[in-house]
Ligand binder design. Sequence first.
Ligand code: GDP
Length: 440
Amino acid sequence: MFENLSDRLERSFKLLKGQGRITEINVAETLKDVRRALLDADVNYKVAKQFTDTVKAKAMGQNVINAIKPGELMVKIVHDELALLMGGETAHVNLSGNPTVILMSGLQGSGKTTMSGKLAKKLKSQNSKRPLLVAADVYRPAAIEQLKVLGEQIDVPVYTEPGNNNPVEIAENAIRHAKVNHFDLVIVDTAGRLAIDEAMMKEIAAIKKAVKPQETLFVVDSMTGQDAVNTAKEFNQTLDFDGVVLTKLDGDTRGGAALSIRTVVDKPIKFVGTGEKLDALDYFHPARMADRILGMGDIVTLVEKAQQQFDEKQARELQRKIAKNQFDFNDFIAQIQQIKKMGNIKDLASMIPGVGKAIKDIDIDDNAFKGIEAIIQSMTAKERSNPDIINSSRRQRIARGSGTSIQEVNRLLKQFEQTRKMMKAASAFKANPAKMMRAM
Ligand code: GDP
């Protein structure tokens, strides 16, 4: 995400490296570079200009304390301004109302239907909501079908009215249906078009008027940059929406939409979509995004993701097993599955400060664990819980069964043994870190 922009900004700050203090000249030079980087990232030119003007005013107004180098000071100012540009504070969703109604708007292909499913899933698990999804796209039967498939995956009912071609009526009936059947969250997925179209705008405005949503969200593909900004303007004029959802941030986005939209429509970005899977959805945190753009990682999000998967009882049990050297392949595979649930491996690693840049050109396959899983799955239950019995004939059988080679099986067994030793040492030395450091 935003790799190019991150690189370019870092290079701009280098101009200040070795400079003793901030001067009008070196600031102007740096900011010229920053502005070019923003424009290349498809940031709206007015936004880019305003941004660099503000940064300049702030930089020149600083009493440079000797302890801070000009480069570091500039990074700090740019960081804070980037966060402000994206809204400053984290925006919240309005979940009042019974049922809460969320209306989804946006162009076709923006990721609206997927996002409807993701939101239903998130608000169901994190806010204990009972969601109902509504298919109000009467033009594309495939869209209704797609929502039904998503609903099934997350076990959320989908309200449809085959034969009715009035989306306003469908949405109204859906709300009635929700009230009678005690759904406390209704997410209405509407029809999109490939481009702005008067009829579509009128239709969604009529739906909004009829269902009075607590949240009208505008969904936009973040890969579209400047176009995203123009579309947002048009939708905002008609709908006066409450928040923006940026999708496909996992792709090769340059950052233009994320950085321009807030200023142009003065509406907060509330959610981001970071993948095709239904849990690839995050709240949008401007300061954390600024961290990531400047290559500072995003450790807070990483920890949150880990916490969501964290089960205290399981962790205690695992600790007990490690201490007794009983950590086995069942635990190993359970750990792998937990990591996988946290999301795309490369994205996760990029949240560690400094790592994003280092692994930028490395292709980390999301199936990285596939071979390992296949090997473990080819072990018998006895072998998994007691790896010491895996002798050479068993190794050969496991390699054949998992479609891997004996070398791969050997490698995994060796790594497993090392991990086990390290874990045991760590747990034994926990009370005495100095001793552990010496041992290492
Ligand atoms: P709609 O026409 O607006 O309802 O868009 P869809 O929900 O059908 O999404 C269009 C395409 O984008 C589908 O292939 C989705 O799988 C894909 N998509 C949606 N959100 C994301 C995302 O956050 N990341 C990626 N990589 N793909 C996404």
